[in-house]
Design a protein around this ligand. Structure first.
Ligand code: SF4
Ligand code: SF4
Length: 143
């Protein structure tokens, strides 16, 4: 076991980092202060093309078929019967991307946004992100 791990350990000493350095080098004494002053944090490393961050939802494009609700293992999508649309609870989402695969009109996409922790659960409810054809939003800390 050790012999198989050692080459990988040695390689990692000389390759670039693939995780964001955290806690940040310039972390202030209070986490609240850190989150409200993102410039104090280390610059983000670019995430990979297949990174799965906070879900985007193009509400106008949604046809209300409920397939995303059926496949979601975390019960993170709620169907709004009156409007025939959904809302997404990102605080429940496990970022499996099954809903994005099953959606027949591709109105759900995984963004690259990963700094989404918040004291306010409602801040993580997505009702409409607009067109998902646009470039995904850059990662930024929650306000
Ligand atoms: S990514 Fe997975 S857990 Fe999150 S809403 Fe979609 S199906 Fe549910
Ligand atoms: S699978 Fe797509 S079209 Fe169907 S309800 Fe979910 S988001 Fe809307």
């Amino acid at each position: 076991m050790i012999s198989r791990v050692m080459p990988q350990l040695l390689r990692s000493l000389f390759s670039r980092a693939f995780v964001n350095p955290f806690p940040a080098a310039n972390m202030p004494s209070s986490m609240t202060e850190a989150m409200s002053n993102p410039e104090l944090l280390n610059p983000y490393l670019p995430v990979g093309a297949r990174f799965r961050g906070r879900l985007n939802y193009d509400r106008a494009k949604c046809i209300g078929c409920r397939l995303c609700v059926r496949v979601c293992p975390a019960h993170a999508t709620d169907y709004q019967a009156e409007e025939k649309k959904i809302i997404i609870h990102n605080d429940r989402c496990c970022f499996c991307a099954q809903c994005t695969e099953v959606c027949p009109v591709k109105c759900l996409t995984m963004s690259k946004e990963f700094m989404i922790s918040s004291y306010d659960r409602k801040a993580n409810v997505v009702k409409d992100s607009g067109s998902v054809g646009a470039a995904p939003p850059a990662a930024k800390p929650a306000a």
